[in-house]
Design a protein around this ligand. Sequence first.
Ligand code: NAD
Length: 364
Amino acid sequence: MDYAELFEKAVVVSFSVSLFWKIIRHMWSSMDAEKEPVKVLVTGAAGQIGYALMPMIARGVMLGPDQPVIIHMLDIEQCAEALDGVKMELIDGAFPLLRGVVATTDVVEACRDVNIAVMLGGIPRKEGMERKDVMSRNVLIYKAQAAALEQHAAADCKVLVVANPANTNALILKEFAPSITDKNITCLTRLDHNRALGQIAEKLKVHVSDVKNIVVWGNHSSTQYPDADHASVATSSGERSVRDLIADDKWLNTEFITTIQQRGAAIIKARKLSSALSAASAVCDHIRDWVLGTPKGTWVSMGVCSDGSYGIQPGLIYSFPVTCQHGEWSIVQGLQIDEFSRAKMDSTANELIEEKSLAYSCLG
Ligand SMILES: NC(=O)c1ccc[n+]([C@@H]2O[C@H](COP(=O)([O-])OP(=O)(O)OC[C@H]3O[C@@H](n4cnc5c(N)ncnc54)[C@H](O)[C@@H]3O)[C@@H](O)[C@H]2O)c1
């Protein structure tokens, strides 16, 4: 081999080696590239759920351990100082994923460019208040915030309404923010869903993560229908039906349902405050599954806009079993509904129809 040939070979080898390293470096840096931060709005952020929720979002419980976040916190003027205190604590938490915190009482600043909106803000029912008073104050808040989200949030912002009456507040938000697609407005019934999983796990003395496919139908209120008919438990001999394993239809059709329906009241009685940590955790579960997808073969309960599935009036925000993929939910179809379930699903739907007309009467 002469020098010229040797030189040519050396050039080819060194070019190939350098190309190889360039490819490896490129793959490495794209694996390592930081994601764009997601902006998460939390309204009513100075309240109890807000306080439990904030560190969960900042730690990646909601959107995953590699997703940076910027948190926008909104509350009313009277809570501005408390809100600043929460901001100080978020800074003091030194959370690696937290790329910024906005604490404001200005709804426009709060909503600007947000990708996810968690709506906790609202007026709770206090002693002596009529249901209509609570409804009218909350629907006015949701009508105003619908307009702010519509004008200032990111075009594909996903909205989760938590504040009660959650389904009807979400309905008002949907009606007064017509440019936000119905698919992006939901309300929280995941806490009820998780409570139902917890009760089944306790009854069967199994781990809660082995129980799946409970359904919570309808309103986040005492008429909700937690339904274990389609639920199953992972056992050493495969998946078994919850109804077969419990073998106590009376318990499933009475005590189980009322325990879930009245769990919120039981927590208030015990804590003298309403549930906050389990609500914050359910908020993270709801958004995480919506954005990142539900595990294969598993559904969850979400309050979503009815398309008429299971005979529920189209347009109502009703809790259905859903699966999520690529950031979109779909209602699980084809579940067998017996007469007992039908009556309970209709009764909670009727309450929502009645709440809707009360809300509209409040708006005048
Ligand atoms: N859907 C569910 O599963 C579920 C579960 C638990 C609680 N909730 C509801 O979630 C809501 C929050 O609960 P909490 O315990 O945190 O209540 P909270 O009273 O501690 O906090 C509510 C916060 O909202 C603020 N607020 C009031 N009006 C506002 C407005 N116009 N804009 C922004 N903020 C406003 C208040 O100042 C307060 O800081 C309540 O309505 C509660 O009933 C729903």
